[in-house]
Design a protein around this ligand. Sequence first.
Ligand code: IMP
Length: 184
Amino acid sequence: MHKSYDLYFVSSNKHKFLEAQSILNLHGINLRFLKSNLKELQSHSLQKIALAKAKDAFSKFHKPVIIEDDGLFIDSIEGFPGPYSSYVFKTIGNKGILNLLNNKRKAKFVSIITYCDKTTLKSFQGQLCGKISKTQKGKGWGYDPIFIPNNSTKTFAVMNNKNKISHRYIALKKFSKWYLRKKE
Ligand code: IMP
């Protein structure tokens, strides 16, 4: 049985927090939410955006924090929306994405989790390959209704085990392994 550790997740997105909280809870890490709009660097690199966000989060709250930066990368449109996923969702949304695509529908979700405290800045990456559905299915948040992971016939919004396979789960699993070792 692990000891329980407190850690802060800084984000403006409650959905991401709730998923991260339930994933890390299984590893004995008690995740708390600090709602905040962090600086979003303009960059093609999720990694660079995540590092800048984590530094900004630590400088605001002076507590050990994790932040997340994600993107949905669609092969046939050169990895678009990628680092612009949040903006694209708010503007053209899932309907707009479906209108852009033909038969080539391969895509992947990438998550970067970055930890920052007084002395350490470290990132962990999770990737999940899949495809974009032909129509929206289910009532999940963000791109959940249009993303079908490989080896599934259901979108993230319809399946009931998203938190056991997602890009977020993969990145957080790597993070928790490192973090628990650091805490020993
Ligand atoms: P950012 O990491 O805040 O820049 O946002 C990335 C965007 O990708 C989010 O605003 C969502 O629209 C989308 N996104 C990231 N992860 C997921 C997910 O697990 N499901 C659905 N949409 C996601």
